[in-house]
Design a binder for this molecule. Structure first.
Ligand code: URA
Length: 199
Protein backbone atom coordinates (compact mmCIF):
# COMPACT_ATOMS: atom_id res chain seq x y z
CA UNK A 1 0.00 0.00 0.00
CA UNK A 2 1.06 3.60 -0.67
CA UNK A 3 2.69 5.36 2.30
CA UNK A 4 2.15 8.88 3.59
CA UNK A 5 5.34 10.27 2.02
CA UNK A 6 4.19 9.09 -1.40
CA UNK A 7 0.82 10.73 -0.78
CA UNK A 8 2.53 14.00 0.17
CA UNK A 9 4.70 13.81 -2.96
CA UNK A 10 1.69 13.25 -5.17
CA UNK A 11 -0.07 16.28 -3.64
CA UNK A 12 3.05 18.37 -4.29
CA UNK A 13 3.30 17.22 -7.93
CA UNK A 14 -0.39 17.78 -8.65
CA UNK A 15 -0.46 21.20 -6.98
CA UNK A 16 2.77 22.44 -8.56
CA UNK A 17 1.76 21.34 -12.05
CA UNK A 18 -1.76 22.75 -11.92
CA UNK A 19 -1.99 25.89 -14.05
CA UNK A 20 -5.68 26.12 -15.05
CA UNK A 21 -6.80 28.42 -12.23
CA UNK A 22 -5.00 30.42 -9.56
CA UNK A 23 -4.12 28.58 -6.37
CA UNK A 24 -2.33 29.68 -3.22
CA UNK A 25 -0.20 26.84 -1.92
CA UNK A 26 -1.07 23.36 -0.72
CA UNK A 27 -1.04 21.13 2.36
CA UNK A 28 -1.58 17.48 3.22
CA UNK A 29 -3.64 15.85 6.00
CA UNK A 30 -2.72 15.94 9.67
CA UNK A 31 -3.00 13.50 12.56
CA UNK A 32 -2.26 9.89 13.38
CA UNK A 33 -2.21 7.02 10.89
CA UNK A 34 -4.09 4.76 11.40
CA UNK A 35 -6.95 6.59 13.14
CA UNK A 36 -10.51 5.58 14.05
CA UNK A 37 -11.98 8.93 13.00
CA UNK A 38 -11.22 10.78 9.79
CA UNK A 39 -12.61 14.27 9.25
CA UNK A 40 -12.65 15.44 5.63
CA UNK A 41 -12.98 19.16 4.86
CA UNK A 42 -13.17 21.12 1.64
CA UNK A 43 -9.84 22.81 0.87
CA UNK A 44 -7.26 24.77 2.85
CA UNK A 45 -7.36 28.53 3.31
CA UNK A 46 -4.59 31.07 3.87
CA UNK A 47 -3.80 30.16 7.48
CA UNK A 48 -3.76 26.43 6.71
CA UNK A 49 -1.16 26.96 3.96
CA UNK A 50 0.89 29.24 6.22
CA UNK A 51 0.89 26.69 9.04
CA UNK A 52 0.95 23.60 6.81
CA UNK A 53 -2.04 21.97 8.54
CA UNK A 54 -5.78 21.65 7.86
CA UNK A 55 -8.32 23.51 10.00
CA UNK A 56 -6.08 25.90 11.89
CA UNK A 57 -7.75 29.14 10.70
CA UNK A 58 -11.06 30.60 11.82
CA UNK A 59 -13.17 27.57 10.81
CA UNK A 60 -10.54 25.37 12.44
CA UNK A 61 -10.87 27.13 15.78
CA UNK A 62 -14.64 26.58 15.69
CA UNK A 63 -14.10 22.96 14.70
CA UNK A 64 -11.61 22.34 17.49
CA UNK A 65 -13.94 23.88 20.06
CA UNK A 66 -16.74 21.49 19.11
CA UNK A 67 -14.35 18.56 18.98
CA UNK A 68 -13.52 19.24 22.63
CA UNK A 69 -17.21 19.28 23.61
CA UNK A 70 -17.44 15.59 22.69
CA UNK A 71 -14.25 14.65 24.48
CA UNK A 72 -11.93 14.55 21.44
CA UNK A 73 -8.74 16.39 20.64
CA UNK A 74 -6.93 16.95 17.35
CA UNK A 75 -4.06 14.67 18.24
CA UNK A 76 -6.25 11.53 18.23
CA UNK A 77 -8.16 12.14 15.01
CA UNK A 78 -7.01 12.47 11.41
CA UNK A 79 -8.05 15.60 9.53
CA UNK A 80 -7.75 16.02 5.78
CA UNK A 81 -9.32 17.74 2.78
CA UNK A 82 -11.00 16.94 -0.53
CA UNK A 83 -8.89 19.41 -2.47
CA UNK A 84 -5.35 19.84 -1.19
CA UNK A 85 -4.43 23.19 -2.71
CA UNK A 86 -5.94 26.51 -1.77
CA UNK A 87 -8.31 27.62 -4.53
CA UNK A 88 -8.15 31.38 -4.88
CA UNK A 89 -9.55 34.25 -6.91
CA UNK A 90 -7.26 37.17 -7.67
CA UNK A 91 -8.89 40.50 -8.39
CA UNK A 92 -7.21 43.66 -9.62
CA UNK A 93 -8.67 46.73 -7.94
CA UNK A 94 -8.99 50.16 -9.60
CA UNK A 95 -6.19 51.44 -7.41
CA UNK A 96 -3.85 48.82 -8.85
CA UNK A 97 -3.97 46.72 -5.70
CA UNK A 98 -4.71 43.03 -6.02
CA UNK A 99 -6.96 41.18 -3.61
CA UNK A 100 -6.86 37.45 -3.03
CA UNK A 101 -9.84 35.50 -1.75
CA UNK A 102 -10.72 31.86 -1.21
CA UNK A 103 -13.14 30.17 -3.59
CA UNK A 104 -14.73 26.73 -3.49
CA UNK A 105 -12.80 24.10 -5.48
CA UNK A 106 -14.17 23.27 -8.93
CA UNK A 107 -15.29 19.73 -9.68
CA UNK A 108 -12.24 19.29 -11.93
CA UNK A 109 -9.99 20.36 -9.04
CA UNK A 110 -11.64 17.89 -6.68
CA UNK A 111 -11.13 15.21 -9.33
CA UNK A 112 -7.39 15.90 -9.46
CA UNK A 113 -7.13 14.62 -5.88
CA UNK A 114 -9.57 11.72 -6.14
CA UNK A 115 -6.91 9.05 -5.95
CA UNK A 116 -4.96 10.90 -3.25
CA UNK A 117 -7.98 11.04 -0.94
CA UNK A 118 -8.94 7.43 -1.68
CA UNK A 119 -5.38 6.34 -0.83
CA UNK A 120 -5.37 8.40 2.36
CA UNK A 121 -8.65 6.78 3.43
CA UNK A 122 -7.17 3.33 2.76
CA UNK A 123 -4.03 4.21 4.72
CA UNK A 124 -5.83 5.79 7.69
CA UNK A 125 -8.38 2.96 7.69
CA UNK A 126 -10.92 4.85 9.86
CA UNK A 127 -13.99 3.33 11.47
CA UNK A 128 -15.90 6.45 10.51
CA UNK A 129 -15.47 9.30 8.03
CA UNK A 130 -16.99 12.62 9.03
CA UNK A 131 -17.56 14.84 6.00
CA UNK A 132 -17.57 18.59 6.68
CA UNK A 133 -19.79 20.42 4.20
CA UNK A 134 -21.00 19.68 0.68
CA UNK A 135 -17.68 19.27 -1.12
CA UNK A 136 -16.49 16.10 0.68
CA UNK A 137 -20.10 14.88 0.92
CA UNK A 138 -20.51 14.91 -2.86
CA UNK A 139 -17.06 13.46 -3.38
CA UNK A 140 -17.58 10.50 -1.04
CA UNK A 141 -21.33 9.77 -1.15
CA UNK A 142 -24.34 9.85 -3.46
CA UNK A 143 -26.03 12.59 -1.42
CA UNK A 144 -26.76 15.82 -3.25
CA UNK A 145 -26.87 18.20 -0.33
CA UNK A 146 -25.83 18.29 3.31
CA UNK A 147 -29.32 19.54 4.28
CA UNK A 148 -30.82 16.13 3.47
CA UNK A 149 -28.45 13.93 5.46
CA UNK A 150 -26.54 15.78 8.23
CA UNK A 151 -26.29 14.36 11.71
CA UNK A 152 -27.02 10.73 10.79
CA UNK A 153 -24.78 7.69 10.57
CA UNK A 154 -24.74 5.88 7.22
CA UNK A 155 -22.87 2.86 5.94
CA UNK A 156 -21.38 3.54 2.53
CA UNK A 157 -21.17 0.22 0.65
CA UNK A 158 -18.84 1.58 -2.02
CA UNK A 159 -16.27 2.73 0.52
CA UNK A 160 -17.05 -0.01 3.03
CA UNK A 161 -17.06 2.73 5.70
CA UNK A 162 -19.44 4.45 8.05
CA UNK A 163 -20.04 8.05 7.04
CA UNK A 164 -21.37 10.84 9.22
CA UNK A 165 -22.18 14.01 7.23
CA UNK A 166 -21.90 17.36 9.04
CA UNK A 167 -22.17 20.97 8.00
CA UNK A 168 -18.87 22.75 7.45
CA UNK A 169 -17.91 24.73 10.60
CA UNK A 170 -17.68 27.94 8.56
CA UNK A 171 -21.41 27.65 7.80
CA UNK A 172 -21.96 28.97 11.35
CA UNK A 173 -20.50 32.27 10.18
CA UNK A 174 -22.77 32.45 7.13
CA UNK A 175 -25.93 31.22 8.84
CA UNK A 176 -26.46 33.12 12.04
CA UNK A 177 -29.95 31.77 12.80
CA UNK A 178 -30.43 30.34 16.26
CA UNK A 179 -32.17 27.27 14.83
CA UNK A 180 -29.21 26.50 12.64
CA UNK A 181 -26.73 26.87 15.49
CA UNK A 182 -28.86 24.56 17.65
CA UNK A 183 -29.07 21.96 14.87
CA UNK A 184 -25.30 22.17 14.39
CA UNK A 185 -24.66 21.60 18.09
CA UNK A 186 -27.10 18.71 18.10
CA UNK A 187 -25.18 17.09 15.23
CA UNK A 188 -22.05 17.01 17.40
CA UNK A 189 -23.99 15.26 20.16
CA UNK A 190 -25.30 12.79 17.57
CA UNK A 191 -21.72 12.25 16.38
CA UNK A 192 -20.70 11.38 19.92
CA UNK A 193 -23.52 8.83 20.08
CA UNK A 194 -22.59 7.42 16.66
CA UNK A 195 -18.98 6.99 17.78
CA UNK A 196 -20.15 5.16 20.88
CA UNK A 197 -22.29 2.83 18.77
CA UNK A 198 -19.19 1.87 16.75
CA UNK A 199 -16.96 1.12 19.75
N1 URA B 1 -11.75 24.62 5.65
C1 URA B 1 -11.57 23.41 5.08
O1 URA B 1 -12.48 22.86 4.48
N2 URA B 1 -10.39 22.85 5.19
C2 URA B 1 -9.38 23.40 5.85
O2 URA B 1 -8.33 22.80 5.91
C3 URA B 1 -9.59 24.65 6.44
C4 URA B 1 -10.79 25.25 6.32
Amino acid sequence: MINIDEIKNRIKTIAENYKDEPTGGYISGDGPIPADILFVGEAPGKTEVEEGKPFVGMAGKTFEGYLKTIGLTRDIVRITNTCFFRPITIKEGKNGRTSVSNRPPKQSEVNLFKEVLDDEIALVNPKIIVTLGNVPLKRLTEFISIGECHGELYFNEKLGKHIFPMYHPSSLTYNRSEDFHEAYEEDWIKLKEALKSLE
